[in-house]
Design a protein around this ligand. Structure first.
Ligand code: SF4
Length: 278
């Protein structure tokens, strides 16, 4: 039996005049690098850009080149918002993260218990805490322990607020104070004396015993609202000249600003004077 005759191959399409043949292995529809006459590969062919924005016509097309000046002109007549710091100090937002503060209970005892959770939470390793035991003769905070050493290095602090989130007693909070200027690197390290909240009217300076019949739980719950007569009697016996006693000179006389805070306050005042603040 005779074999069927093979169908002849279809003729190849003719290349248009002047175009180069597709290189072997190239994908149809993809831009490929054209070859020069010497066989070198040139820059890839870039498909032509087509804007998706409809083209304007008429008056819009006429004004388009100067349209951008509209933004400039409209802003030229707006009220300027440049702040004149330090001549004018603009109040910060209420929740601004500024300098830290170590708070007290209403009777004057310190809230910090020296647990170091703030130091562990700090991502910049800016806080250093050492705790000590409270004793009957030196009770600084409710419970067993208090923060005897407390330092914050403001060259490291990034004011993220993670420390105040970690504090179990709300001892550590942040004020709105942002004017921090130290005389040296060591001068930017705030000690406990610099961070302790000022004594308010009616508070009794620590150390002194806890309110009689209470534990630290009553303090945490806010059930202690001020010093008792027994606490005042203890302070009279151990520190008869204490200015925070009712017969003393008052909390203003008792305020001892820490040395770092005092130097910083001088620096900030000097900077304000240089800035022309009266
Ligand atoms: S400030 Fe708060 S978190 Fe830090 S050591 Fe004192 S109690 Fe603990």
């Amino acid at each position: 039996m005779a074999e069927p005759r093979k169908k002849p191959p279809a003729p190849r399409p003719q290349q248009p005049a002047g175009s180069s043949p597709r290189p072997a292995g190239a994908t149809p529809g993809k831009a490929v690098a054209p070859r020069t006459s010497a066989g070198e590969v040139g820059a890839p062919a870039v498909p032509q850009y087509e804007s998706l924005i409809p083209k304007s016509s008429g008056v819009r097309a006429l004004l388009a080149p100067v349209g951008g000046f509209g933004v400039t002109l409209s802003n030229m007549f707006r009220k300027t918002v440049t702040e004149q710091y330090p001549r004018e100090t603009v109040p910060t937002k209420p929740r601004y993260h500024g300098r830290h503060q170590l708070n007290r209970y209403a009777d004057g005892l310190e809230k910090c218990i020296g647990c170091e959770l703030c130091a562990w939470a700090c991502p910049a390793d800016a806080i250093y805490v050492e705790a000590s035991d409270n004793t009957p003769d030196a009770q600084f905070s409710p419970g067993e322990r208090f923060g005897s050493v407390y330092q914050i290095n403001y060259l490291r602090c990034i004011f993220c607020g993670l420390c105040i989130e970690a504090c179990p007693t709300r001892a550590l909070t942040m004020t709105n104070e942002f004017e921090l200027a130290g005389p040296s690197r060591a001068g930017m390290i705030y000690e406990k004396d610099d961070l302790l909240a000022p004594l308010r009217e009616g508070m009794l300076a620590a150390p002194h015993p806890m309110v009689e019949g209470t534990t630290d739980t009553e303090y945490y719950r806010g059930e202690v609202t001020g010093p008792t007569e027994a606490q005042r009697a203890w302070v009279r016996e151990h520190r008869p000249d204490d200015p925070t006693l009712p017969e003393g000179a008052g909390v203003t006389a008792a305020e001892q600003v820490g040395p770092t805070a005092a130097v910083m306050a001088q620096n900030v005042a000097a900077a304000h004077r240089q800035g022309g603040v009266r």
